[in-house]
Structures are given as C-alpha cells and as structure tokens.
Design a protein around this ligand. Structure first.
Ligand code: KIV
Length: 281
C-alpha cells in the first residue's frame, strides 16, 4: 500500500483530472533502487534527460541519447508499481518532424513500458504534440527554461520576465491547446506561473515556478544532496546523502588501511556448517 492509499497505477487522464485539486508530487528517477523509494510517495516519476548531467557527468543535457533514455527508463520501470512514469525525449529525437517524434516516442514507450513522454518547447512543438496525442501518445509538455535550448538562451536563465512573459504564456496555451495532459513550467517568474496555472485547463507542474502550480517536480539527486555540481535557487535539500556517503567511504578506507576490515564476522570458515542457523558456504 502506498503513502497515499492508492493501489492501481496512475494514468495520464488521472493526472489531467488533478487540475486544481490535491498537488501533484513529482520527482525524477534514473535507477531501480531510487524508483522503489519514490514510488510509494509520488504521483509522477520522470525519467528526465537530466540523467546526462546527474549520472553521466555530461556538461548539459544535449549529449543524452535515445538509447540512454531507454536504458534508464527500463531500469526505473522495474522499480515502479503505482506512479505514472514519463520518459523525456532527448535533444534531437523529436524536433525535426512530427513523424520523427512519433517514431522515437513509440520506441520509448514500447521498450520502457512508459505511459507518456515529455518533450521541451511551446508553440514551435504544438503541431508535433497534436500529432503524437492524436496517435495515442500522451505528452507532458515543458515550457519556460527548456534546458535543451541552453545555447539559444545563453545560459540557464529565468524565462518570461517583463515583455517576455507573453511568449511563455503563448507557449503554455499552445501546448495545452495541442492536447498535452500536463505542462512543466521551469524557472519562470512566480506571478507568471500563477497566471498561467489559472488560465490553463491542464495541470501545471512547477520547478522554480510557483506554489500555485498544480504540482511540483525536483531532480531527485538534487533534493537528496547527491548532486552538487549545479545548485539552482529552486532546489531545496531534504537530505545530505552526499555528505553521508563521503563519510562512509572515508571510514571504510581508514579501516582497510588499518587492517580493521574485514572483521571475523565478515569472513568464512574452512568448512561450511551443516546445522541450521550456521554460516552460508
Ligand atoms: O530532465 C529533467 O529532470 C527535467 C525536470 C527538471 C523537469 O526535465
């Protein structure tokens, strides 16, 4: 039984129906063990292309491939029972044409078992979203700071300040109109995120956006304190597992150097014991 009392797996229509209701709890995951930890507590798990920076040490998400997303998607799937799993479409796998997007999104869904994909972009991606949705592929959209466009933006900057608010608002309206079942709003000014949330009929999922959004998402390694290369203002650390891991590794290293590990309880005798409760062979 999950922390929320829900038993069957959530679907994209379930998520869409949460508009204006209890906040949607969303986190990324890239591996089976983390997926198992996240599943009882969340509504959506995103296999984000942030995996490239977080687990593979890439300088941005631009080098992430479809094969990487599929490999991590399969790993996450094995750890889930009840949340909706969404897999990110990586840079270069969907922008060329709706047909390219369909081919690659269908492969992601068939090979990972995900029920939806996420792709970045607003008005420019509306036709592609409509094409996918019309052919049975639920789409989570992503507007505001879209990290795959970091070079076009000149950095990971807040999007939609001042006059630029109109562009982000049009992007959000366009993806909703095209049939996306939800939309991530990343790094947009709070009043704009609030206004877009009021205007749209689909849930908004904020990251560096607003408390008023219909849900929130964070990169799991950021909130657990496992990834420190890059720490945006919107990340709240709920644990410092990086610090705990570093202390554990240092203790192990010291015990090995001082010949204190392995101790008697970590090694095996000459003959396996035959009586029950004895040591394993
Ligand atoms: O790739 C990712 O993790 C994301 C979230 C930050 C929304 O797109």
């Amino acid at each position: 039984m999950s922390a929320t009392g829900q038993t069957r797996a959530l679907t994209p229509p379930d998520i869409a129906a949460r508009k204006g209701k209890a906040p949607l709890v969303c986190l990324t995951a890239y591996t089976t063990p983390i997926a198992k930890l996240v599943d009882p507590h969340c509504d959506v798990v995103l296999v984000g292309d942030s995996v490239g920076m977080v687990l593979h040490g890439l300088p941005s998400t631009l080098g992430v491939t479809l094969d990487m997303m599929i490999m991590h998607g399969k790993a996450v799937r094995r750890g889930l029972e009840r949340v909706l799993m969404v897999v990110d479409m990586p840079f270069g796998s969907y922008e060329a044409s709706p047909e390219q997007a369909f081919r690659n999104a269908a492969r992601v869904m068939a090979e990972t078992g995900s029920a939806a994909v996420k792709l970045e972009g607003g008005e420019a991606m509306a036709e592609t979203i409509r094409f996918l949705v019309g052919r049975g592929i639920p789409v989570m959209a992503h507007v505001g700071l879209t990290p795959q466009a970091v070079n076009a933006f000149g950095g990971y900057r807040v999007q939609g300040r001042g006059e630029d608010a109109k562009r982000i608002r049009c992007d959000a309206l366009a993806v909703a109109e095209a049939g996306a079942f939800s939309v991530v709003l990343e790094k947009v000014p709070e009043p704009l995120a609030r206004r877009i949330t009021e205007e749209l009929s689909i849930p908004t999922i904020g990251i560096g956006a607003s408390l008023a959004c219909d849900g929130q998402i964070l990169v799991v390694d950021d909130m657990l304190g496992l990834f420190s290369d890059f720490r945006p203002k919107f990340v709240k650390r709920y644990a410092d597992l990086g610090q705990a891991a570093s202390a554990a590794i240092a203790a192990y290293a010291q015990e090995v150097r001082e010949r204190r590990f392995p101790a008697a309880e970590h090694v095996f005798g000459d003959k396996p014991k035959t009586v029950s409760g004895g040591e394993a062979a």
